[in-house]
Design a protein around this ligand. Structure first.
Ligand code: ZN
Length: 295
């Protein structure tokens, strides 16, 4: 006789009654990116928590994409200690009464409330390891890091301080070029900044440019290409006119890596391409060497 037949013959008593199953509700485990403020990588679209991103110097841990840093993040990251912020007294006027889709003062107010900055260039003096350094950084979020007269004023003031105190000057460039709302006054900043850099050169005060993504137009045509040494971040786009404009002019398709930092290194426009993790040490080493030579 089979077992099945035996089971079927058994009377139904409380002992062999089926016990109701306990319902288990599974609580999903949330990953860090679901519980903490996170940022999406513009290249691989992976999410990274802001804490991890800060510790990794705003470099995507998945694909090594160097994300944009704000001017203030950049300088606070760069300096061991900040002693002073310069140039906050300069404020833009509206000499041309410029209006495009909206008046220039409205655009300025919008940029200021979006970024929390009064202008597109932030200047700080501080310590980089054992060196006294003056550094400025463009904020690309502020009207595309465009160079208006206040950006010029701040840069010239920083350079003059560097000159007077014989401290090296560092510039983190990130800009779309001149600020069209200021017309000729904006273009004049190219001459002003170039002139003060020449004074630095004559006095033997080091000036190092770090080209971050992107640097274009009037900034490339002046202060960003006049350094003693040009360091670029990996894959940064650097040029004068944009790729599309050149393609339309020369009627040729310009593929990758045209205008990328690595391409410019190959062509001799930049001196080195340095990963952000090594940027502070490399810049310090260069400044220390140049300062020693200048002394
Ligand atoms: Zn990525």
């Amino acid at each position: 006789m089979s077992n099945q037949a035996q089971t079927a013959a058994e009377p139904t008593i409380w002992l062999n009654r089926e016990v109701p199953k306990v319902k288990r509700t599974t609580v999903p485990t949330l990953t860090a990116v679901e519980t903490e403020p996170s940022t999406e990588c513009g290249n691989c679209h992976s999410l990274t928590t802001n804490t991890v991103l800060t510790l990794n110097h705003y470099v995507c841990p998945e694909c090594d994409h160097h994300m944009t840093m704000t001017a203030r993040q950049r300088l606070q990251w760069f300096f061991d200690s900040v002693e002073q912020e310069l140039g906050q007294e300069f404020r833009a006027g509206n000499p041309l009464k410029f209006v495009d889709s909206k008046p220039y003062p409205d655009r300025m107010a919008e940029a200021q409330s979006k970024t929390g900055e009064s202008e597109g260039l932030v200047v700080m003096a501080g310590k980089l390891k054992n060196l006294d350094v003056i550094a400025c950084a463009f904020d690309f979020r502020f009207m595309g890091g465009s160079m208006g007269s206040v950006v010029g004023d701040r840069f010239v003031q920083a350079a003059e301080k560097a000159l007077a105190e014989r401290k090296p000057l560092v510039c983190f460039a990130a800009s779309g070029g001149a600020r069209m709302q200021e017309g000729l006054l904006s273009l004049m900043q190219m001459a002003r900044t170039s002139a003060v850099i020449e004074r630095l050169r004559l006095a033997g005060v080091p000036y190092v440019v770090i080209l971050t993504n992107p640097v274009y137009g009037g900034v490339t045509a002046s202060l960003a290409m006049l350094g003693d040494v040009h360091i670029a971040e990996p894959r940064a786009m650097i040029g004068f006119a944009g790729k599309r404009v050149i393609e339309q002019t020369v009627r040729e398709v310009l593929d990758e890596p045209f205008q990328r930092a690595e391409f410019l290194l190959e062509k001799g426009t930049v001196d080195m391409v340095v990963h952000r993790h090594d940027l502070i040490d490399t810049t310090h080493r260069i400044l220390a060497k140049l300062s020693k030579k200048a002394a």
